[in-house]
Design a binder for this molecule. Structure first.
Ligand SMILES: [Zn+2]
Length: 228
């Protein structure tokens, strides 16, 4: 059941101490309370402004972070021009203490957030490093397979039928592109031993490309550059 409380009445006391001062301040300024007393919603407080222009705030029972909302609510009361505030703002000893604790909490949270950001950055760096290593290895493997096929074709060609030099040249180009890709990836792999492994196999494949290009060139002069 919702109970309405005006400014002249005594409002129910909130179980959380940090809500009491802002609520008392709102009451003193002519705000009214719709006391709901639901498990999560304590009530809604509304300023005495004309309908449609009224300010209000919700009061939770024990929600986490409610201290912040209590302070925000107090600011809302102070900003509202509809109410009547007499005397200087209530600025008790407890309020100041709560405020400084909140500030400290804010600093600690910012620090924690910073640390989390750093951790996440490091983790995502590690993830992409793992990914890059895997890709580099796959790329090198792909290149090796393509080049092996090419080698077989070339050998078969040398022995029997004529080969299509453009097909071979195309395979070589793709092989070279893979090697270049693997090398670029290796340059970004942070772990020296892994990067080295990729670089070594990329180097071998690179030399292999060169040897095959020479053979293609001997078989079909100009073919390795035919359609580049
Ligand atoms: Zn207002």
């Amino acid at each position: 059941m919702v109970t309405a409380y005006g400014t002249e009445q005594r409002w129910p006391s909130h179980q959380k101490a940090y809500w009491r001062e802002p609520l008392e301040r709102a009451r003193a300024a002519g705000w009214s309370l719709h006391y709901i007393d639901a498990p999560h919603l304590w009530g809604v407080v509304t300023c005495p402004g004309p309908e449609g222009e009224q300010h209000s705030f919700q009061v939770d029972c024990t929600a986490s972070g409610a201290e912040f909302f209590a302070i925000e609510a107090r600011k809302r009361v102070d900003r509202c021009k509809h109410g009547v505030l007499d005397g200087p703002p209530l600025k008790g000893h407890h309020y100041d203490k709560a405020l400084s604790k909140l500030e400290r909490a804010q600093e600690l949270l910012a620090e924690a957030e910073d640390m989390l950001n750093r951790g996440e950055t490091r983790r995502s760096a590690l993830d992409s490093f793992e990914e890059m290593t895997a890709t580099a290895q796959l790329t090198a493997l792909d290149a090796a397979q393509d080049l092996e096929l090419l080698l077989e074709q070339a050998l078969a060609a040398e022995q029997s039928e004529p080969i299509d030099p453009h097909v071979v040249a195309d395979l070589l180009r793709r092989g070279r592109a893979y090697v270049a890709q693997a090398r670029r990836l290796a340059a970004r792999v942070g772990q020296v031993s892994r990067a080295e492994r990729v670089r070594v196999s990329a180097g071998e494949l690179h030399r292999w490309c060169g040897r095959l290009e020479e053979r293609l060139e001997r078989l079909n002069p100009g073919a390795s550059r035919a359609d580049t």
